[in-house]
Design a binder for this molecule. Sequence first.
Ligand SMILES: [Fe+2]
Ligand SMILES: [Fe+2]
Length: 283
Amino acid sequence: MRQFFPVDDLARDERFVQTNMAKRMADSRSAVGVKKSAKSRGASNRLTPDRHDASEAARSLMHGIMVGEIQALEGAGRTAHDFAAGDGSGDTIPFELKLDMARQAWDEARHVEISAKLSDWMGTELGQFSENTVLFEAACSNDPVLRLAGVNRALEGLAIDVFTQMKEFGQLAGDPFLEFCEDWMLADEVTHVKMGSDWLRKVTENDPDRRAKALEFQQVVDKLFSFGGARGDSDESPIGLARRFRELAGFTDDEVDTIAEMDHDALEERKAAVRLAQEAAGV
Ligand SMILES: [Fe+2]
Ligand SMILES: [Fe+2]
């Protein structure tokens, strides 16, 4: 079977509309809803059912979760297959890491089914929103440790934040299907992030340069998703930073603080840009 599968060759039917990070930032349909300043809608900008754009934002986010689950399945499957079993040096990964990736693929397959059903339940059609392929792209690195850092820690870490917010959204909206499905998926994601944390530390135990490179890649991916402060500690961010679950998933307090700082800077940058645009328009 073929190894190292490029993102352009992912199997998708005609319903899917793919995009990448750069295009997504300019896509008016994609936002979790950082379109207006928090000031214009009150103190909090969290994704809650009382927001005027709650339905569209929640459906867009749920569709994003669904396609993310497909790519997470594909990525974990690739990592289980792309590297030979060995001691973790060179192009090899420990056999137990392969087993964890296989277990993850099994979980993600279940998440795809759950998310597709939830999207349908929320009145969304497959392909109604674009598919950002950044998760699979992060799973294409030739170094398996970079995949663990970019996918399991950065992007599935983000999934922990998103699922926590969506669970709360379901609870507030009185939708037990959404609330409990997100809760179950959240539990799995915590184990996936923990796998990433544990294996990254174990495989790079005697290779500080490799570890530093992986953590640097993780920060690059985290920063991409800090865009506009869409996720962060502040109530002005639609998605909160799920500190407790991140702790359970093997993040240190310092690591979570660094992400919070990045999110904060991104939020301030966006607010400054909005102010400049308003001044230029004479608002
Ligand atoms: Fe998942
Ligand atoms: Fe996952």
